[in-house]
Ligand binder design. Structure first.
Ligand code: SF4
Length: 257
């Protein structure tokens, strides 16, 4: 299959496709609904993308993501929101298994993000569904001119029930993300980190139990749900693992930027 040819710099929102799977059998997340956004949503400055260590660019996920990105699978953003809005109240699901928040090239589209926040609200009762979301979109002012706007909309999403974990490449960057006070933070850790550890500023990092368990599928996100907690008083760390373990390890150690 050909790689997607369209580049985010020449894309419009209409070029960005989404896919929603009613029941994912992903071995790490477990059985839950899952969403995928086109690679066009990804920030071009993402260190994992730059060095070929993106977890969505491996195995079945990559095949699905390419098809979504070139538009032969999935549908429009509006259809994606419809799929989320009809989920039963309080359903746990995993948006952005691959890809990022709605927008192009890491610049979050405020209108679409508000639509997603609205789709995530419960239909019958108060509150919202329970998404386990992550983003690599830039939110530090040193990263891009649109970081400030991204930070504002992510803060709102987290306040209104659409959980977005900010993904840090290193523990030092994790401290900077926590200092933004816009959402929970996760970070990559050097390969083999098996214990609770600390950021340079002394914040606790709990290692993801799915990775600690060793064999994928032993503990899943469905069992754990730590990443769904917006107000958790600790960070979650993911030791470098999988096919791109060596590159992820170098990223976590700050050797690749
Ligand atoms: S910490 Fe829990 S919810 Fe987060 S990725 Fe790991 S298993 Fe899933």
């Amino acid at each position: 299959m050909d790689k997607p040819k369209i580049k985010s710099r020449s894309a419009t929102l209409k070029d960005v496709n989404y896919s929603f799977v009613r029941m994912s059998g992903n071995r790490k997340i477990g059985y839950m609904p899952a969403g995928y956004s086109s690679f066009l949503t990804c920030w071009t400055g993402c260190v994992f993308g730059k060095h070929g260590a993106c977890y969505a660019k491996g195995g079945h996920c990559m095949m699905h993501m390419w098809k979504v990105t070139i538009g032969v699978r999935g549908g429009t953003f509006e259809e994606y929101c419809d799929q989320i809005s009809i989920l039963p109240d309080n359903t746990v699901y995993r948006p952005m298994v691959g890809g990022d928040l709605p927008g192009i090239g890491g610049q979050i589209d405020k209108g679409q993000m508000l639509a997603l926040i609205a789709a995530n609200k419960n239909r019958r009762g108060e509150g919202s569904k329970i998404p386990i979301g992550y983003t690599h979109a830039p939110v530090l002012t040193s990263q891009t001119p649109f970081s400030r706007a991204n930070a504002a909309i992510i803060k709102r999403a987290n306040k209104e029930g659409f959980t977005v974990n900010l993904s840090a490449d290193t523990v030092a960057q994790a401290d900077k993300l926590v200092d933004r006070k816009i959402g929970p933070v996760v970070c990559v850790l050097p390969k083999g980190t098996m214990r609770k550890t600390l950021t340079p500023k002394g914040r606790s990092i709990v290692v993801c139990p799915a990775i600690l368990a060793g064999k994928l599928g032993t503990i899943t996100c469905t069992d754990c749900l730590m990443c769904a907690r917006v107000d958790r008083p600790y960070l979650i760390g993911f030791p470098a693992h999988g096919m791109r373990e060596k590159i992820a390890d170098k990223i976590a150690k700050g050797e690749l930027t």
